[in-house]
Design a protein. Sequence first.
Length: 86
Amino acid sequence: MFVDTNVLINARFLEAPDHEAARAGLENALAPSEPLRISRRIDVGGKQIHDANIVATMRAYGERRLLTFNVADFHRYIDHIELVAG
């Protein structure tokens, strides 16, 4: 089963609004000894998360070309998208 990182984050922090649900979901997923998987998408952090979200949304909709003024910001995704300079 693929586990979204938001489940892991909510399970980790007691203050998270969905903490109990996340913990229960992980426990249920582990019960049948089914392998759990997470995404190891290109290494990103901080402000790069927004760019990663754009690329992920593009991929989900089968879109390959991105018109942007920030070509340098998206260069790390060159294997996944085509950059079109604005």
